[in-house]
Design a protein around this ligand. Structure first.
Ligand code: SF4
Ligand code: MG
Length: 313
């Protein structure tokens, strides 16, 4: 269903906020069982918010989130906790979410404790098993987060997310904070674990190379709205939305001799406080026509399994 998240624009004030930021504006998509759906866009476009809505870290202002036939948008307290067994998040910076005073073993056992799963001996064993599954060894259980490298900490972040054996994982920029040399190790680990645990994944990233490598389908967001959605191959070969095309044109080409004309967007991303009327992309779109400032384009099918929101398609 169409998902909306509005934030009060002024934090810390009293009474009703006067302005709302539409961080996610009527976004609507499904994630198919077992697939990795990439969600891309510039920072501030609402992709992280969308991921957090799906994991129910945030409460939607309106709309519906369904998971295995259950409505998640209206879940409360305890029900959200139960749902967490199935839906987990992997964050950009696991360090910020790893308690510095707890050992890695204790951090990994925590989700099992919270959900009262197993005896303490079993929880210990499972934490140690999981360390090996993510490519570390059991000696890490006695160590503290600050003793670990960025890549090792992200392995712990992933291990913790998997402790409850979720079926759905939201990975929000899981490698953006890592050195490029470490990034591919973590991406390959994620791929391996997706297979091993039959995970369905929402993979949120601003990095199109990474998204192309990881995703079965890709959704592109601009100013809180989905502008295009297609199988990864289709999107990178024949995107139809001018915004998607501009993003793809900016990927540095890895192959020698391949020349791609870079589409440079003019102007700044407008404030989500005052999104432009008509097509939200019209202030920067190289192909905009007069009508674009007036008519909001509809989400429509433009090919097999391929959708876009542009008046010209
Ligand atoms: Fe560009 Fe107009 Fe299409 Fe929007 S509707 S993407 S402004 S051509
Ligand atoms: Mg983000």
């Amino acid at each position: 269903d169409r998902l909306t998240k509005r934030y009060p624009a002024a934090a810390g004030g009293f009474g009703k906020p006067k302005a709302w930021v539409n961080a996610v504006n009527g976004v609507s998509f499904e994630i198919r069982s077992g697939e990795t759906l990439g969600l891309v866009g510039e920072s501030g476009c609402g992709k992280s918010t969308t991921g957090q809505l799906l994991a129910r870290l945030l409460e939607p202002t309106s709309g519906s989130i369904r998971f295995r036939g259950r409505e998640l948008a209206t879940l409360r307290g305890r029900e959200i906790r139960d749902m967490r067994k199935h839906i987990q998040l992997i964050f950009q910076d696991p360090y910020a979410s790893l308690n510095p005073r707890h050992t890695i073993g204790s951090i990994l056992e925590e989700p099992l404790r919270v959900h009262r799963i197993g005896s303490s001996a079993e929880r210990r064993q499972q934490a140690r098993d999981m360390l090996e599954i993510v490519g570390l060894d059991r000696s890490y259980a006695a160590r503290y987060p600050h003793e670990l490298s960025g890549g090792q900490r992200q392995r712990i972040g992933i291990a913790r997310a998997l402790m409850l054996r979720p079926s759905f994982v939201v990975a929000d920029e899981p490698v953006s904070a890592l050195d490029v040399s470490v990034q591919s190790q973590i991406l390959n680990l994620l791929k391996e674990l997706q297979r091993r645990f039959a995970l369905t994944t929402l993979f949120v990233s601003h990095d199109l190379n990474v998204v192309q490598y990881m995703s079965d389908r890709v959704a592109v967001m601009y100013l809180g709205t989905l502008v295009e959605l297609a199988p990864a191959e289709t999107l990178f070969r024949s995107a139809v939305h001018p915004y998607t095309r501009a993003l793809i044109s900016a990927i540095p080409s890895v192959r020698d001799g391949e020349r791609r004309e870079r589409i440079v967007l003019r102007g700044e991303v407008p404030s989500p406080l005052h999104p432009p009327a008509g097509c939200p992309f019209h202030t920067r779109c190289p192909q905009a026509v007069a009508e674009c400032a007036l008519v909001p384009p509809e989400w429509k099918s433009v090919g097999p399994d391929h959708y876009a929101r542009c008046l010209l398609t």
